[in-house]
Structures are given as structure tokens and as C-alpha cells.
Design a protein around this ligand. Structure first.
Ligand code: HEM
Length: 428
């Protein structure tokens, strides 16, 4: 009995360190974790992790995690499976894929420049306090189009999301099952937030451009409630993740010698005469891309996710029974010295192989990956070109805080104007 709970205390104390310690050296491909009466395995082999993520849903699916989320975010494509999931996902993918999302480069750059102007007014700020709200604005551009959301509507959405996020955080780390009646109270608690979201979504549906996600969802024959739940899901999945990663982008721009200058130079190479980034040239901006890739290796916002065995299967010579939890942890895999040289060091000179999976893999991999990469790369390009950052927080990088995403601790940044491109950036 005690054996079942052996890992609970060290895991609770410091999950990030616990996972690194447990897999130091030569871990099993499936490392058993004693986190309760149910069987949990941490998948430490990248090829096996990819095989699991690509498995047939009849054998391995998203399991309990999704069942926990459904009462909170409804039946959106994140919480459903099968044909309906595939149909909705393919529509979203056509709108969010990297090349397609490039149509918002101008609008996103403008949002980032406004945030930079705000930082300049502050002079000294906490990185995540800036990148958190910035990520909401960028996600709104990606989902609804440019200039669709009024600041009042935005406030309503942010308030509604916040209250649902608090419920999600409580739910994710809850060890014991709910009492049946608690669902009644949960539904009652989340109703004002959902009503507020419905109100905003209904209104902006009329003004969203033909090419926006909102309009493509309408083509799917969904109810108003389902459309709202899809919007809620995309906002929830899309802003915390990029907001936390964005803070680390700012941190590394501030501390890595020569990096911001190299990216400022890169920005000049890929902008037109008016100082606007040319979308088709983004792939040529290799340093900013490498920065984003390395930030997502060191601080993968979605630091773990899981799957559940549905039918008895054999994996890595173990017979796994239905109900077994399989935990995939990009945080651990990205810092495993079997796959990375000097894994805790920041380096722009790496080969990213199978062990790299900040966006997951297979049919449930992040559908917003293209947008997320675009937002973070633009953040690096626009900020490096316009301002100089330095950090007041001590190097080496502070340890992240594990929550629903991997949250940066306080990182105080100081900002000063960069001489070049200043007139273009702040005149806007
Ligand atoms: C740095 C930013 C991001 C990271 C690290 C990230 C990571 C992930 C990961 C690892 C998954 C797969 C989880 C699993 O397999 O269980 C996922 C799924 C998902 N992500 Fe992201 N994400 C990011 C940004 C975004 C953005 C910007 C959006 C939307 C605009 C988004 C929407 C989604 C959705 C809807 C899913 C579920 C897809 C499905 O089940 O088919 N994500 N994300």
C-alpha cells in the first residue's frame, strides 16, 4: 500500500527536479512512478513516445485528462475524438498552419510594437507580466482577425478565461475523484464566464473577416455553444503557452551576448522599405527561429501531457492494462543527457531530433504550432530591432515554476531604445 505512494511527496515538493533525478543515467523506457494506486509510467524513450502519440485511439487515448477538462471547456475538438475531432481539426489546421497564419504578420507586428512602447514607458518590468497579456492580444488576432475585438470585449474574454483557468488548475492537480454533486456546483460556477464568452463571440461573429477561424467554424454546422467552446479552447490553449515562452524569449534576448544584435540585423534583412516584416522572408531569419526553438526546448510550456491505455497492450516488453497512465514529459526529454550535449545550457547550435517535442506529435499534436512559432519569432524580431534589453534578475536562468504550463518566475527586465529603426517602430 505505502509503495503506491512512494513518489507522491518528492513529486509534490519539486516535480521538475524529481523527474530529472528519476531519469538520470539509464532509465527504463517506461519508468514506473508510484503516484497512487493507479499505474503510471513516465515514457523516457522518444521513439516509444512518438509511437504512443500516434497509436490507434481504440488502444491509447487522451483518457482521464480530457474527461476532467470536458465539464470546464465543453466538447471542443480538444476534448472529443474520432471522426468529429478529425473534421474540426482539419478546418482549424487550414487556418492556423504557418504559411496561412502569415497573413497576420502585419497586425501581429503592430501589436508587438504597441507592447514595446508600453515597456518603454515602464522602463523596468517583469517579463511575464508583459508577455502574458501580449499573448492574449496575439491569439485574438490569429483567431478573429485584425481589429475585430474592442477593448471592452477583450476585457470580458480575459475575465472569463481567467475564472475558467483557475478551475482548470485546481482540476489538473486534484488527486481524488469528484463527489457526484460537485459537478452541479462546478457548472454553476462556470456559467457566468461562459455566458460572458457567448455574448462576445456572438457579437464578433458578425464582424470577423470571411477568412478568420470564427467564420470557418461556422461552416462546420456547429451550434452557437459549440462554436463558443471551440473559441474558448483555442484561447486557453493558445495564450498561456505562448505567453510563458515569450517571457523566456525576452530573458535570453537580454542575457545572451550578441544575440539581440544578430536578430536586429536579421530583422533589417527581412523588412521592406517601410520597416515591415516581409512574411515570405521569415524562414530566412534563422537566428530568431533558432532562439524560439531553443527556448521551447529549455522551457516547453506544455511540460507534460498524458495518454491512457484503453485495451491491454504490450509496450517496451511490459503488458499494460486498461487505465494505465502514460506520461510524456517534454521537460524531462529535452534535458536528458542521453539526447543532448550539456542539456541545461542555452545553445543555438543544436540538432533537434526525436527527443524534441514541445508541440507533441501525431494526430493530436498542437494545432496552433504554426501560429505559436510565428508569434514568438515576430516577438524576437520586433523587440530586438527596436529596443535593447538587459536583465536585473541574476543569471543563470531562474528555475521555472510548474503549473498547468511552465511558468517563468519573476524576471525583471530593463529596456532602452535601440538606435536603429527607432523612428519607424515607435512612430506607429
Ligand atoms: C508555445 C506555444 C504552444 C505550445 C508549447 C503548445 C503545446 C501543445 C502540445 C504539447 C499539445 C499536445 C498535447 C497532447 O498531445 O496531449 C497541444 C495541443 C493543442 N494546442 Fe498547443 N501549444 C502552443 C500554442 C498553441 C496555440 C497558439 C494554439 C491555438 C491558437 C494552440 C492550440 C492547441 C489545441 C487546440 C490543441 C489540441 C489539439 C488536438 O487535440 O487535436 N496551442 N499544444
Amino acid at each position: 500500500m505505502m509503495r503506491w505512494f512512494l513518489d507522491v511527496e518528492p513529486f509534490r515538493r519539486d516535480p521538475l527536479q524529481f523527474l530529472l533525478d528519476r531519469t538520470f543515467g539509464f532509465p527504463e523506457k517506461l519508468e514506473e512512478l508510484a503516484l497512487g494506486p493507479r499505474t503510471h509510467y513516465l515514457v523516457t524513450d522518444p521513439k516509444l513516445a512518438r509511437q504512443i502519440l500516434k497509436s490507434d485511439e481504440d488502444f491509447i487515448d487522451k483518457g482521464r485528462l480530457v474527461r476532467k477538462l470536458r465539464p470546464l471547456i465543453g466538447k471542443s475538438h480538444l476534448t472529443i475524438s474520432g471522426e468529429e475531432h478529425r473534421k474540426r481539426r482539419s478546418v482549424l489546421h487550414t487556418q492556423l498552419a504557418r504559411g496561412v497564419a502569415n497573413r497576420y504578420v502585419g497586425a501581429m507586428s503592430a501589436v508587438i510594437r504597441r507592447a514595446a512602447a508600453g515597456m518603454m514607458r515602464e522602463r523596468r518590468f517583469d517579463a511575464h507580466q508583459v508577455t502574458g497579456p501580449l499573448a492574449v492580444s496575439l491569439a485574438c488576432v490569429a483567431l478573429f482577425g485584425d481589429n475585430v475585438l474592442s477593448s471592452g470585449d477583450r476585457q470580458i474574454l480575459v475575465g472569463a478565461m481567467k475564472s475558467i483557468e483557475d478551475e482548470i488548475a485546481a482540476e489538473m492537480f486534484r488527486a481524488w475523484p469528484h463527489a457526484p454533486w460537485s459537478y452541479f456546483f462546478l457548472r454553476k460556477r462556470r456559467k457566468p464566464a461562459l455566458d460572458a464568452m457567448s455574448f462576445v463571440v456572438q457579437r464578433i461573429r458578425k464582424s470577423a473577416p470571411e477568412s478568420s477561424i470564427l467564420r470557418s467554424l461556422e461552416g462546420l454546422d456547429l451550434t452557437d455553444e459549440q462554436i463558443r467552446d471551440e473559441v474558448l479552447t483555442m484561447l486557453l490553449a493558445g495564450h498561456h503557452t505562448t505567453g510563458t515562452a515569450g517571457a523566456w524569449v525576452l530573458y535570453h534576448l537580454a542575457v545572451e551576448p550578441g544575440l539581440a544584435e544578430a536578430i536586429a540585423h536579421e530583422t533589417r534583412e527581412i523588412t521592406d522599405a517601410g520597416g515591415e516584416v516581409i512574411p515570405a522572408r521569415l524562414n530566412d531569419a534563422k537566428v530568431s527561429l533558432a532562439l524560439v526553438r531553443e527556448v521551447l526546448r529549455l522551457y516547453p510550456s506544455a511540460w507534460w501531457f498524458s495518454r491512457e491505455v484503453k485495451r491491454t497492450i504490450t509496450l517496451a516488453k511490459r503488458k499494460l492494462k486498461p487505465g494505465t497512465s502514460l506520461i510524456i514529459c517534454p521537460w524531462q526529454m529535452h534535458r536528458d543527457s542521453r539526447f543532448w550535449e550539456d542539456p541545461h545550457a542555452f545553445s543555438l547550435d543544436r540538432h533537434y531530433g526525436d527527443a524534441y517535442m514541445p508541440f507533441g506529435a501525431g494526430p493530436r499534436a498542437c494545432v496552433g504550432m504554426g501560429v505559436a512559432m510565428l508569434e514568438l519569432q515576430l516577438l524576437a524580431l520586433e523587440i530586438a530591432a527596436s529596443v535593447e534589453l538587459s536583465t536585473v534578475s541574476a543569471a543563470p536562468a531562474p528555475w521555472p515554476k510548474p503549473s498547468v504550463t511552465l511558468v517563468p518566475p519573476d524576471i525583471l527586465i530593463e529596456i532602452a531604445p535601440r538606435e536603429t529603426r527607432l523612428s519607424q517602430s515607435f512612430a506607429a
